[in-house]
Design a protein around this ligand. Structure first.
Ligand code: BGC
Length: 371
């Protein structure tokens, strides 16, 4: 079967390669589930891996199969698989695999203190192949009605985890009912955060660099949220005009926002950071002012990465609600398809397309052939 792989650490090594098709017998005790890949989303992490900046191959391998944002259909299940999965079920796989830390042992592998095992990223092959093998614990069933948009579940799971973290932390307040939020960044994550917050009835202001109108600002408007360009407004200015915010979700990867966001928060507010920002970026900040604001106003800054199975499951519910509340909106994020697994260069091109919201690989065309 065909797959797309890189030699981690070697920029430009992305290539299509032939691999043996896995078989359910490769997993002991009949627990194997063979999945036929339908679509795989591409993101900045894939770009960094392709550029040789990130990623680790599995032990003993010189290559890493890419792809961590999956959607597939169960092809076959082992006789030890007891639950909801049967041939034909649509599934999205979680990304992390369990290590041995106490968190891993209670299913919270997104909080592992081990070096992470992440499919398509770190020490485990990903999903950019015609088939992949996994076990039931890591496969989340998705209703057939989400076939066209289910590939957005992994990025949404990151959002779900960030919001769940905020809820968990803000239980300290006894009454936490966020009413106003700011989202920095209007890429896939920023748009999905805006969606999730709008589905929860929160008033949302999105800040991003590019002046409106353009595709992403139109998508923000379609959710009944406000779009502001940072060319005309600072985060502090947005806080004065539309805040103070109960929550700021940083999804632009512009790390100075981590500090600016504190000032745009109201008392007791929380900043959630989701950007994985590589390389140095020295800036000058007024450390006293930020420190004092955090202390005197009981504010919190929290980072969030990866997601647990529960976050994926909550994401499925939000995808269903989104299709009902904002029909057609999710599909508008899927701007940039790459067809098939034979042309690795097309993946590089799609990832470089600055107009793209979500680039994705169509691995199995049957969905696109469907009416
Ligand atoms: C993935 C996460 C992963 C992170 C760091 C992101 O692109 O969505 O699942 O933990 O990269 O490896």
């Amino acid at each position: 079967m065909l797959a797309i792989a890189v030699r981690p650490g070697s920029p430009g090594s992305v290539h299509a390669r032939e691999l043996d098709r896995p078989s359910i017998g490769d997993v002991p005790d009949g627990r194997g589930v063979l999945v036929r890949t339908i679509r795989v989303g591409l993101c900045g992490t894939d770009r960094e891996i392709i550029d040789g900046l990130f990623g680790t191959p599995p032990e003993g391998a010189d290559h890493l199969v890419l792809g961590h944002e999956s959607l597939g259909r169960v092809e076959a299940v082992g006789d030890g698989v007891a639950g909801q999965l049967e041939p034909g079920t649509l599934v999205v796989a979680t990304v992390r695999r369990s290590g041995t830390s106490p968190y891993d042992r209670i299913g919270m592998y997104d909080f592992t203190t081990d070096p992470p095992l992440e499919r398509g990223i770190n020490r485990w092959h990903g999903f950019l192949s015609e088939f992949y093998l996994d076990t039931e614990d890591f496969l989340v069933p998705v209703p057939a009605s989400l076939a066209r948009v289910g590939v957005l579940l992994e990025p949404l799971s990151i959002v779900e985890k960030g919001l769940a973290q905020a809820d968990e932390i803000q239980r300290r307040l006894r009454i936490w009912r966020p009413q106003r939020a700011a989202v920095t960044g209007a890429g896939t994550i920023g748009l999905l955060v805006t969606l999730a917050l709008r589905l929860r009835g929160v008033d949302v202001t999105v800040l991003s660099r590019r002046p409106a109108p353009y595709r992403n600002s139109d998508l923000v408007k379609a959710l009944g949220a406000t779009y502001l360009s940072t060319a005309g407004t600072s985060l502090a200015g947005a806080g004065r005009a539309c805040g103070p915010f109960d929550l700021v979700f940083e999804a632009s990867g512009h790390s100075p926002f981590a500090f600016e966001a504190v000032g745009a928060l109201g008392a007791n507010g929380i900043v959630v950071l989701s950007g994985v920002t590589g390389g140095p970026r020295p800036i000058e900040i007024d450390a006293n002012a930020i420190n004092q604001d955090l202390v005197l106003n009981n504010k919190v800054i929290v980072g969030t990465v990866n997601a647990s199975r529960d976050d994926f499951v909550r994401g499925v519910e939000d995808l269903v609600r989104a299709e009902r509340t904002y029909p057609g909106w999710l599909e508008r994020l899927l701007t940039t398809p790459v067809h098939g697994l034979s042309d690795a260069g097309a993946i590089v091109t799609a990832l470089a397309d600055r107009e793209a919201i979500k680039a994705f690989v169509v691995v199995d065309r049957s969905l696109d052939a469907a009416p």
